[in-house]
Design a protein around this ligand. Structure first.
Ligand SMILES: Cc1cc2nc3c(=O)[nH]c(=O)nc-3n(C[C@H](O)[C@H](O)[C@H](O)COP(=O)(O)OP(=O)(O)OC[C@H]3O[C@@H](n4cnc5c(N)ncnc54)[C@H](O)[C@@H]3O)c2cc1C
Length: 302
């Protein structure tokens, strides 16, 4: 049995959203605990060169380490464990059971557990990740200036990615397993149709990724065709990390949470927040907002 400490704020997640929230709450003298999951920095840990977070030119993991130290300077405590369940409420305290077997209790909770891109499960997808296979057009598109790329998927994200890449790359092929972009908004469908350097391959999926001798990718399609490309951008959806929350909590179609659907004293920030553009800058912005909302909530109760 561990001694139960009541924290003012417990933050789930040590990505940029969670660490920013922690900086704000601990600097406002609120007793703050970050339950950091299985890796400091979350998705930023996999970014070797981070070029679009203003004021930063290092790696994603260096940024996370810096954010952690900054929050700790103001008293934030961090434990690397993942929440398994949450019960209770703001009046009695939110009671968080973690996979290290311990319970942590907080007067408020900030959920910043991120969302993971749905991974492509075909031969070569894992091997070539970061070596031609990308899950983020906004992050990596810049490296494909005047090159040939493929976007896999057919929803709004895929079409947005294709349009973003069409401004940079020489050619963009959208590979989609269905016969039309019925899940995407008409305005995006029209814009894609108007772009001369975008070609759509319908009723097609990918079965394999390999490398050519000159370090390009060669992808095999379901009809046996082989396409040589410089980059493959996978946009087949995201899944929010919210398994530890009860099924009663409303989620959008990606499992993400809207602030309005959460109980009093619970706040959400970063990629796990419904409707957010999934970037470090937005994670930091919403982390700041959630931290300030938690501070205001606590002050209104004291
Ligand atoms: C390959 C790749 C490259 C990218 N490149 C860029 C880029 O160049 N620029 C850019 O702006 N964005 C980039 N992004 C997107 C960016 O990394 C994310 O938008 C950002 O990290 C989201 O921050 P977050 O704090 O909301 O979530 P995350 O970074 O996903 O962090 C979530 C945190 O929650 C923890 N966690 C998960 N489950 C639990 C649980 N049950 N209990 C406690 N903790 C839990 C995780 O361990 C992690 O610490 C990239 C993403 C990927 C995948």
């Amino acid at each position: 049995m561990n001694d139960v400490v009541m924290y003012d704020v417990i933050i789930l997640g040590s990505g940029p959203a969670g660490l920013t929230a922690a900086l704000y709450t601990s600097r406002a003298n609120k007793k703050t605990l970050v339950l950091g999951g299985d890796r400091l920095g979350g998705q930023t840990a996999g970014i070797a060169v981070l070029e679009n977070y203003p004021g930063w030119a290092g790696s994603g993991s260096e940024l996370a380490e810096f954010m952690k130290k900054q929050a700790e300077t103001f008293g934030t405590e961090i434990v690397f464990t993942s929440a398994k369940s949450i019960d209770g409420d703001a009046d009695s305290g939110f009671n968080i059971l973690c996979d290290n077997g311990r319970r942590y209790v907080g007067r408020t909770v900030i959920i910043a557990t991120g969302a993971s891109p749905r991974r492509l499960q075909i031969e070569g997808a894992r091997e070539f990740m970061g070596k031609g296979v990308s899950y983020c057009a906004t992050c990596d598109g810049f490296f494909y200036h005047e090159k040939d790329v493929i976007v896999l998927g057919g929803g709004n994200s895929a079409l947005n990615d294709a349009l973003y890449l069409a401004d940079l790359a020489k050619s963009v092929k959208i590979v989609y397993r269905k016969g039309a972009f019925t899940r995407a908004e008409a305005v995006l469908r029209n814009r894609v149709a108007e772009r001369e350097n975008i070609e759509c391959l319908f009723n097609t999926d990918l079965t394999k990724i390999a490398a050519t001798d000159d370090e390009r990718l060669i992808v095999t399609t379901t009809d046996g065709a082989q396409i040589v490309t410089d980059g493959l951008f996978v946009a087949i959806g995201h899944e929010a990390n919210t398994d530890y929350l009860s099924e009663d909590v409303a989620r959008d179609n990606m499992g993400r949470l809207a602030q309005g659907s959460l109980p009093a004293g619970m706040f959400v920030a970063g990629d796990v927040e419904s409707g957010i553009k999934m970037q470090i800058a937005t994670a930091v912005g919403t982390g700041c907002s959630a931290g300030m909302d938690a501070i205001a909530y606590l002050n209104s109760k004291s």
